[in-house]
Ligand binder design. Structure first.
Ligand SMILES: [Zn+2]
Length: 170
């Protein structure tokens, strides 16, 4: 089960569409599990890694994935080549991931764009790696073509995710 926890107010129609795309992509249940509050002391832009470690416990089974969704900006990551924008973050092979919708204009009409980013973070939480197929949601996010792609996995990543999901089910 993928549990979406919102950190800000969202149109229920947006969340409904997002969970539907995630359900289709991963073949596991996806639901809005409620609202959580960003702890005080977090300034904008948010430190994504610190935040997913700090957010309170969400009622979930061990094989569930928890996706936090925020409309606030996430802090850039420092790379040798400069600052890289952060649209989401996941702990690899772990339970928690976060994704922001701050960079998506007219979210009501662009839920699949958010879903594409969300798929990559949940995919990473399930243990998927980046993919070389530009159509696939696991393709690197820093590429110019990424936001224009569909919320889909390539055949390889879909099979990988099905396999990982089977493995995590106890
Ligand atoms: Zn792929």
């Amino acid at each position: 089960m993928i549990r979406v926890v919102t950190l800000d107010e969202y149109d229920p129609a947006v969340i409904k569409q997002l969970t539907k795309v995630l359900y289709t992509a991963f073949g596991v249940g996806a639901e809005h599990s409620g609202l959580a509050t960003v702890p005080s002391g977090f300034a904008d832009p948010l430190d994504a890694l610190k935040l997913i470690d700090t957010l309170p416990k969400v009622l979930a089974f061990t094989d569930d994935k928890v996706l936090f969704l925020t409309s606030r900006k996430l802090a850039t990551r420092k790379l040798v080549s400069g600052d890289a924008p952060t649209y989401g973050l996941a702990k690899y092979n772990a339970q928690r991931a976060i994704v922001t919708s701050a960079h998506i204009k007219n979210l009501d009409e662009n839920v699949p764009v958010l879903a594409r980013y969300a798929m990559q973070e949940i995919g990473a939480a399930f243990g998927l790696h980046h993919c070389l197929d530009p159509r696939c949601s696991m393709y690197p996010q820093w590429t110019p073509s990424y936001p224009g792609g569909d919320a889909i996995f390539c055949v390889f990543c879909r099979e990988q995710s099905e396999q990982k999901i089977r493995q995590t089910k106890s």
